[in-house]
Design a protein around this ligand. Structure first.
Ligand code: PMP
Length: 402
């Protein structure tokens, strides 16, 4: 653990005269030295545009960018690296899909299915389409534990259902949804499936062939990679049929003022200068995860989750949201009579980074009829001792605010 924590320079700092305890990993992860060095190396020695020039630096940069793509493909077990499109992150990946599906596939009157626990980035692009197309959005609701009411799904599908887009795991509840079962149901009705893996990608072994979804989206920055890089995975046969999202340099075979012939995927979908440094950083992050092993990471994170639940559940007046047995390491809660933001402010004074609010999932909070909650989210570099300190300071804060 000591050597793992040493890999993350940000962890060793003091915040407000206390040793930093970083429990806001669901928002973004800290970065290991190998990722920071990878970026530094790229920008200090072979920064250059890809796929365009024939000179030494460009060839090196192109090679690194394309091997990053192959590394991502291997990591999520895509059939082929051409199924990996680099984007800015999950938000851009979903916006990409909403706008292209609206152009190529969706028709007036079509229906799409989301869930109660979606992040705004998997709600707003679809709601925005309602004005353009007469779309109906249907919702898979949750039960009192926060688990999806999957049995209701059969009733939600109609002949007009075209897309099912949902989180693999919730950024508020931590609940890991049974996506293989859901994708299977959607597939049997010919419905396209989009999985938002923004949270799951850093805690779970992702195998897109096993899940068998049509599209899987995630962000690098939540999995120890830099900000501004993310992935849209899509099945090759589908990508081949889709129009480009943005238009510009690097995505064509031939251009005249009369006609454009677009390149094949993934290049067709990566107009303009890409985030080469980000892709290299993402590849370094994957190497880092592989060097520890996602199963080892998961085991430790689950012990943190269990310990956190065990210590928190005895606090008077606590309500924990998401009480499923199958969860990623996120605990969000409210303490009766105390505002979540007040707790977060006091905890910050003790050097503890938490997150208070809606966590960009307002419809979920509408369901619970509350104005937000306090969320702690763990990474494998967190420790049981940090949780004990957190609970001690939380109790202090509660006593101050009572
Ligand atoms: N979906 C989920 C489930 C998330 O947790 C987040 C980030 N909080 C996003 C989508 C959006 O990710 P990004 O901001 O990296 O695009």
């Amino acid at each position: 653990m000591k050597s793992i924590r040493n890999d993350f320079p940000a962890l060793s700092q003091m915040v407000n005269n206390n040793q930093l305890i970083y429990f806001d990993n669901a928002a973004t992860s800290l970065k290991p030295k190998s990722v920071i060095e990878g970026l530094k190396d790229y920008y200090s020695s072979f920064n250059s545009n890809v796929h365009r020039a024939g000179h030494y630096l460009s060839a090196k940069s192109t090679k690194a960018y394309e091997s990053a793509r192959a590394n991502v493909a291997d990591y999520i077990n895509a059939k082929d690296s051409t199924e990996i499109i680099f984007t800015k992150g999950t938000t851009e990946s979903i916006n990409f899909l909403a706008s292209i599906l609206a152009e190529d596939i969706l028709k007036d009157g079509d229906e799409i299915i989301l869930t109660r626990m979606e992040h705004h980035s998997n709600i707003i692009p679809w709601v925005a389409l309602k004005d353009k197309l007469d779309l109906t959005i249907k919702i898979i609701e949750i039960d009192e534990k926060g688990e999806l009411l999957i049995d209701d799904l059969d009733k939600l599908f109609t002949e007009k259902t075209k897309v099912l887009s949902m989180a693999h795991s919730s950024n508020v509840l931590g609940i890991l949804n049974p996506i293989e079962e859901i994708v299977n149901k959607a597939k049997s009705r010919g419905v396209l499936t989009i999985i938002d893996g923004a949270q799951a990608i850093v805690h779970e072994k992702i195998d897109v062939q096993k899940i068998d979804c049509d599209f899987y989206c995630f962000s690098g920055h939540k999995m120890y990679a830099p900000m501004g890089i993310g992935v849209l995975y899509g099945k090759k046969e589908l990508l081949n049929q889709l129009s480009p999202y943005q238009k510009g340099g690097g995505m064509i075979k031939n251009v005249t003022y009369e006609e454009v012939i677009y390149n094949t995927p993934p290049y067709r979908f990566e107009a303009g200068t890409p985030n080469v440094g980000g892709a290299i950083g993402l590849s370094k992050a994957i190497d880092y995860i592989n060097s520890i092993g996602i199963e080892t990471i998961k085991k430790h994170e689950q012990s943190l989750l269990n310990h956190g639940n065990y210590k928190l559940k005895v606090i008077e007046g606590i309500k924990i949201y998401g009480r499923s047995a199958i969860k990623d390491p996120i605990i969000s809660f409210n303490i009766s009579g105390i505002h979540h933001s007040d707790l977060a402010i006091i905890l910050d004074k003790f050097g503890i980074a938490t997150r208070a609010g809606f966590h960009c999932a307002q419809p979920l909070f509408d369901h619970y009829n509350v104005k937000g909650n306090l969320r702690i989210s763990f990474s494998f570099y967190n420790t049981i001792e940090e949780i004990d300190i957190f609970v001690e300071k939380l109790n202090l804060a509660i006593n101050m605010l009572k």
